[in-house]
Design a protein around this ligand. Structure first.
Ligand SMILES: Cc1cc2nc3c(=O)[nH]c(=O)nc-3n(C[C@H](O)[C@H](O)[C@H](O)COP(=O)(O)OP(=O)(O)OC[C@H]3O[C@@H](n4cnc5c(N)ncnc54)[C@H](O)[C@@H]3O)c2cc1C
Length: 441
């Protein structure tokens, strides 16, 4: 099968969503990535001592049946499935997620003040919502907002809620009614209102097994870091000295990486791309000499003196991710060039993460640790700061004008998951082919 001049940049879910669609249309595109192996953020890696880790917690919440089936086929139908259960840690207390409807067991004064504020907030007729902080205050009132989501926002998004928009929220943050808040405060049996319920995770090989089945749908060139795009000659240059030409270009590269590489990209577009903010993540991997006896797939951490925002439990995703009789965890610590630059070394963050895991009781002592390592993700989550929307519109407008098809989390510059990244790659490929969009939910 020939490439017909189709080139895809980036080998994550978006790149392979595009590759798969082109393949179904008789084209085996050239696909380039700077890393030494394909997979992007969906890569998994063996530790060498029996643990399998992902690039931070990755679980599939895909709802589209066609995409679910494609991912399942990639694993030869070998995947784990179950109901999502996650919880929150706050100053020594563990409560089910979402905290706003599971206040039972927290200190009485805190619960009383959360409820009083909640009732008062809901009585405000038309609160002005200029940013995420306003939204939190209107949805929950100050006690809950200040104790939980405002602190978490700084840990996870690295900036203040007042500096963020609300266009990323969707169903992510549950807005309960008073009945639900009261029930969750009085009853021990928590409510199930989390916005995702069923999950899937490959039995073998980590999350990457959901993408591996697509690796042969393109001609994959790893160790090819793109360093230049000449739109006039339709030529791409790579750091290793090679070049290639293209007829159609589909990019899942982060917009702030892509734009400066385009010869003659206008100054206002370069400046807009430079304003886009994204988190970087240090993911600390820990293996223990005993199983981790906890129910959730992952937990959220609100305390400022605990560096990580989230911890996931490997064995609760698939028992094959840990050696027999052992336990594995991944703790995620968030930074950003714009708001919280990463200055300390990875080793330092490993030590601080382990201190935090001991503090909240997930590790008894350092003697239990049989594996510790860390990876840094240069692009994690898009930060929906107040500058984002205008800057994204400028950059997308330019890419539309010059005919570069963009896709994926960092091409769309949106809060999208693996299934949505894959589907955005499919859409970009269909646009490049000039064929009709699929009609599906
Ligand atoms: C910590 C964390 C946890 C997550 N958890 C989940 C989850 O539970 N479930 C879920 O569905 N999603 C989750 N996501 C989101 C998911 O990872 C993304 O939506 C998805 O993987 C994005 O795929 P992509 O192809 O758009 O981007 P990527 O996978 O990042 O692919 C982009 C590729 O571009 C390459 N590239 C960059 N610059 C260059 C260059 N100059 N030249 C060549 N190549 C280049 C990169 O190496 C990379 O491989 C999580 C994300 C993070 C960060």
């Amino acid at each position: 099968m020939r490439d017909n001049g189709y080139v895809i940049l980036g080998s994550g879910m978006a790149g392979f969503g595009a590759a798969n669609t082109l393949f179904e249309n008789g084209i085996r595109a050239k696909l380039y990535d700077k890393r030494s192996r394909p997979g992007g953020l969906t890569s998994s890696f063996g530790s060498g001592d029996g643990f399998v880790f992902d690039e931070g917690v990755h679980i599939s919440f895909a709802k589209n049946t066609r995409v679910k089936e494609l991912f399942a086929r990639s694993t030869n139908q070998q995947f784990e499935t179950g109901n999502v259960y996650c919880n929150n840690y706050w100053q020594g207390y563990w409560i089910k997620h979402p905290a706003q409807v599971n206040l039972h067991g927290l200190p009485t004064d805190l619960v009383v003040n959360c409820i009083k504020d909640f009732i008062e907030a809901r009585q405000q007729p038309n609160p002005e919502i200029r940013n995420y902080e306003d939204w939190l205050m209107a949805a929950f009132g100050p006690t809950f907002a200040n104790t939980f989501p405002m602190v978490y926002t700084k840990k996870y998004h690295t900036t203040e809620a007042a500096n963020m928009s609300t266009d990323w929220l969707g169903p992510r943050l549950y807005r309960p009614n008073l009945d639900e808040v009261l029930r969750g405060a009085l009853e021990h049996e928590p409510l199930d209102v989390f916005y995702v319920s069923e999950f899937r995770y490959p039995t073998e090989g980590g999350f990457e097994s959901f993408i591996k089945g697509f690796y042969d749908k393109a001609q994959v060139f790893c160790d090819h870091e793109l360093v230049g795009i000449d739109l006039k000659d339709r030529k791409l240059s790579f750091r290793n000295g090679t070049t290639t030409t293209f007829e159609k270009l589909i990019s899942s590269l982060p917009l702030p990486v892509l734009i400066p590489l385009i010869t003659d990209a206008p100054r206002e577009v370069r400046e807009a791309a430079a304003r886009l903010a994204c988190t970087q993540v240090v993911v600390v991997n820990v293996g223990l000499n005993r199983p981790i006896e906890t129910k959730p797939q992952w937990s959220y951490f609100y305390d400022e003196d605990i560096p990580f925002a989230r911890v996931s439990y490997r064995g609760n995703l698939s028992p094959k991710t840990v050696p027999e009789g052992c336990g594995g965890m991944q703790a995620e610590i968030y930074f950003s060039e714009k708001y919280r630059p990463l200055t300390e070394s990875r080793d330092e963050w490993i030590e601080r993460a382990i201190d935090g895991l001991i503090k909240c009781g997930l590790i008894g002592s350092r003697r239990e640790i049989i594996h510790q390592s860390a990876i840094t993700l240069p692009f994690g989550n898009i930060i929906f700061d107040l500058e984002r929307k205008a800057a994204v519109d400028t950059v997308h407008g330019y890419l539309d004008e010059v005919g570069i098809h963009y896709c994926g989390r960092f091409g769309q510059w949106g809060y999208i998951w693996t299934d949505a990244a894959f589907m955005s790659g499919e859409r970009a490929a269909r646009a490049a082919l000039g064929v009709k969009e699929l009609e599906e939910a």
